[in-house]
Write a new protein. Sequence first.
Length: 465
Amino acid sequence: MRAVGNPRRLDGDVCQGKGPMNCVTPDSRTRETPSVVAWLAAFALSATLLNLAACGGSADSGGTIRQEDTLALVDLPQPSPTAGPSTTGVVPSSAASACDNANGRVLSVGPGQIYTVPSAAAAVAQSGDVIRISAGDYHGDVATWTASNLTICGAGGRARLFADGRSAQGKAIWVVSGSNITIDGIEFHDAKVPDQNGAGIRAEHGGNLGIRNSGFFDNENGILGGSGSATVTIERSEFARNGYGDGQSHNLYIGDVAKLTVNGSFFHEAKIGHNLKSRARETVIENSYFMDGPEGTSSYLAEFPNGGAVYLRGNLFQKGPNADNSIAISHGAEGLKWSVNTLDLVHNTVVMTRSGGAFLATPAETQSVRLTANLFAGTGTPALITGGFPGSSIIQASNFAASALSIPGADDIEAPRFWAAAGLLDTIRLTNAPDPSYTVDAPRPFALRAVSGSTRMIGALQAPP
């Protein structure tokens, strides 16, 4: 699903009296490493080892990539003549909404209903209620949800909420302050407020905030907030073109919650800010797309400014030529806050169509960086890692570096295609499964596909999309 509209923004360098979520340091926007130093090496396949060499490589044969320190040899099993892993078809998303499985008093919202707009239902909602909002457009209706244990869904399709210049509490289209709230099948469009922090949802919840099958388009922030022991779970949702344009507002900005979980979602074209920003103690992101396309201007594709335990698996990242920052994934740029600060990437594909820069950044104090079966495709001479963490300390297996030209469809927002060109396929086909639990890939945004077999491909996709 696509929506058209314009950008906006979040916090400023001035706190504006709204608490730590609005106190973002100037550095957090586009922290470029002054000199992204080398691991310039062309990758040459020799028997079963991928050897680092200082010689060059052709632009389309792949391999030119840099590292801050010397990189240990990467084990790459000899390509097998047998076929890659088989797929058993797309794993279907549940056609049922969260409301179909919820028990509680039902409040029906829409034309001809007792509650004609969502804010009317929010005013009377009690703990455990199920709110069904008829599909259609709702203009200028904003709400604060204070009750807990609510399930709020679009009925018969998505309910599309347009701010039209209004906001709840000067913050968002919806302010969610109850505990354990599930939102399914709702779109949030064009939130703008005077302090430029307008969000589709301002998260002030306890317990878990669950977002399913929803969309956030052209707001100053998609979702903003979250703190303490709260958690946030996002599934099959889209965040597009959010941001004021100052680099301090983002497609998704989650505060210092206990855990952020994202699966099967699509983040693209944030306006100068980050496609995803998480201060969570633990962040798990799987089977999701993060893209600039040919014209997007986002800063980081994903940022974890306070570190934490970050686990990325099966994701597809594309940093575009107009990106505001040359680093794709940043960890700990504002200082490590948590007791556990680790960065794990498994079966991801990271494509840099912006020249130079770095795929990863994390400070020397990070406890571990593990890279397993990732495909890094760059333009120019990108670094693998910068920020202070020594490349020689990376724990890695079965990663491969290639040219971005070998993944020619990676910048197509409308129809992303991260499948490698034919000349690269045999090279990235493994004879084993470095992570046997990697049994689902994402051939396109929002679609999950089962993967079987005893071997895997390097990167996220295990078969053509």
